[in-house]
Every structure is written in structure tokens, then in C-alpha cells.
Design a protein around this ligand. Structure first.
Ligand SMILES: Nc1ncnc2c1ncn2[C@@H]1O[C@H](COP(=O)(O)OP(=O)(O)OP(=O)(O)O)[C@@H](O)[C@H]1O
Ligand SMILES: [Mg+2]
Length: 265
């Protein structure tokens, strides 16, 4: 592949048919006397089944944006539209419900419950929602999520009986078990070595490419971002660049790295 396959072609910031839209999002944090404008007017959209990555320096607003997009926090101004619904206008209860039913989150630290086994950890979203995960379709969904991250046979292991990569795969299965419209992942490979990180990225990639899972990934690592169809580069609270990589089976980072270098990053 050459540089010519990598275009910086900002489409219209918000496209028709998007599953997720950010309209002129701003987020201001005020802590004591200190005012931080973490986001300064971000507009973008994500299409159904797309894999997008957010890159950018530490403090550029990536995690803040992910939290707003996933309804974990509210913007100071602007709107987030998820599957056509303006989530900024929802009550807290409605937002919680939407988040539980339509989004999944994976973080750098796996946040598994140590006393629960793999099956119980993966089943947690159902248990929290008051459903019995040991019966019927729910049970099948839990098993399908475990199978999808290739942990079949490890259902009775507790987190301390698994490797770090396996623990992160449990976290991914837990995030995907409700079949969310959107999977948000904030530095999911940040705590893993290269080989284990690649294993996690391959799991995310398969869920996107084979099952149409829409993914928004935050990462510092160009090798991880190279799995995405599009990469948004954040600078000081706004979208500095959008790099279109396109869908491909090979995830070599070279074209993205050279494009980032051209941008002086
Ligand atoms: N809860 C908060 N209260 C106050 N300031 C915050 C809060 N969360 C983030 N910030 C500030 O907002 C800015 C953006 O933070 P954010 O965590 O979104 O950056 P990031 O791009 O995810 O960085 P990193 O790559 O280090 O994770 C930073 O200046 C940060 O200190
Ligand atoms: Mg962050």
C-alpha cells in the first residue's frame, strides 16, 4: 500500500444515515478556579457497521468525547444523536436505559468482578437488568458472546485464573452480550503487551467485519488505529484531521503512520 490509499477527505462532518452523530459538542470542566475546555465544537458522524478510531495527544479530549457519545456524561453545549434519538434531551433514567440497552463499553482496566466466573461476568448486564441469565435465550446469548471471544471451555474460571488478554476478552464479551448498537473502547490494549493487544484488536475487528458491530476506539497506538475504517485525529479539543483508511483485511500501520507524520504528529 502507498500513501495514495490514505486520504484526508473530511466528508460532511455529520452524514445522513449515521448511527451516531455529534453536533458541535463542547465540554467545559470547572474545578475550583480552573476552567478546562476539553471539547471545543466537535461534529462528526459514524455510519452503521463502521469502525472508527480517535487518536491525538494526551488531554486532547478523546475520552471526554467518548463519554459524551456513550451518554455517560452530558455536553456543556451541542447534541449527541444515537440511532436518530437526541440523547442530550433524555432524562437521566432514559439515558441510563439507552446506555444499557444500546451501548457497550470496554476500558483499559478490565473492571471484571473478581468473585464471579467468566459466565457470570459476561451475564452481568442481564443480571443488572433483573433477567435470569441461566435460562432460555439469555443463556444462549451469554454462551454466544463467550464463544465469539474464543473463551469456550473457560466459563467457570474466575478472572484471577485468566491471562490479561483473556480478561479483556471477557470484558469485550460482557460489552457485546446485549448486542449494542455501538461498542465504545477506550484504550482497550493500553495495559497489554503487543501480542495480547493484537489478539484483542482481532476480536474487535471480527465483531465489526463479520457481525457488523459499529465500533468507536480510542487509542494512542497507530497499530491499533490501523484496524479502523477512519481515524479522527484530535488536537486540543477539536477534530484536527480525518484520515480515511477504508475497510481492508490487512492492518498494517505504515500508511497511517506516514500520514500522521505528514501532519507532524
Ligand atoms: N472530570 C474532569 N474534571 C476536570 N477536568 C477533566 C475531567 N476529565 C477530563 N478533564 C480534562 O479535560 C481535558 C481532556 O481530557 P481527556 O481525558 O478527554 O483527554 P484524552 O485525550 O482522553 O487524554 P489521554 O490520552 O491522556 O487519555 C484534559 O485537560 C483533562 O485534564
Ligand atoms: Mg483518555
Amino acid at each position: 500500500m502507498t500513501d495514495s490509499t490514505v486520504a484526508a477527505t473530511p466528508a460532511a462532518p455529520v452524514a445522513a444515515g449515521a448511527i451516531l452523530e455529534a453536533h458541535d459538542l463542547a465540554k467545559r470542566y470547572i474545578v475550583g478556579e480552573n476552567v478546562v475546555d476539553a471539547l471545543r465544537g466537535v461534529s462528526l458522524s459514524v455510519m452503521p457497521g463502521e469502525f472508527v478510531a480517535f487518536m491525538g495527544p494526551s488531554g486532547s479530549g478523546k475520552s471526554t468525547l467518548l463519554q459524551l457519545l456513550g451518554g455517560l456524561d452530558r455536553p456543556t453545549s451541542g447534541r449527541v444523536v444515537l440511532e436518530g434519538r437526541d440523547i442530550s434531551a433524555l432524562t437521566d433514567n432514559e439515558a441510563t436505559r439507552l446506555r444499557r440497552e444500546r451501548t457497550g463499553f470496554v476500558f483499559q482496566f478490565f473492571n471484571l468482578i473478581p468473585v464471579l466466573d467468566v459466565r457470570e461476568n459476561v451475564a452481568l448486564p442481564f443480571t443488572i437488568a433483573g433477567q435470569d441469565p441461566t435460562r432460555g435465550e439469555t443463556r444462549e446469548r451469554v454462551q454466544a458472546a463467550i464463544d465469539a471471544v474464543e473463551l469456550t471451555g473457560r466459563e467457570r474460571n474466575r478472572p484471577d485464573q485468566l491471562s490479561a488478554g483473556e480478561q479483556q476478552r471477557v470484558a469485550i464479551a460482557r460489552a457485546l452480550v446485549t448486542r449494542p448498537a455501538l461498542l465504545f473502547a477506550d484504550e482497550p490494549t493500553g495495559n497489554l503487551d503487543f501480542a495480547t493487544g493484537t489478539e484483542i484488536l482481532d476480536v474487535l475487528w471480527r465483531s465489526c467485519n463479520e457481525r457488523g458491530q459499529t465500533i468507536v476506539l480510542v487509542t494512542h497506538d497507530a497499530k491499533a488505529a490501523a484496524y479502523a475504517d477512519r481515524v479522527f485525529v484530535f488536537l486540543d479539543g477539536h477534530v484536527g484531521d480525518e484520515i480515511v483508511l477504508g475497510r481492508r483485511a490487512e492492518h498494517t500501520a505504515a500508511p497511517l503512520i506516514s500520514r500522521l507524520a505528514q501532519l507532524g504528529l
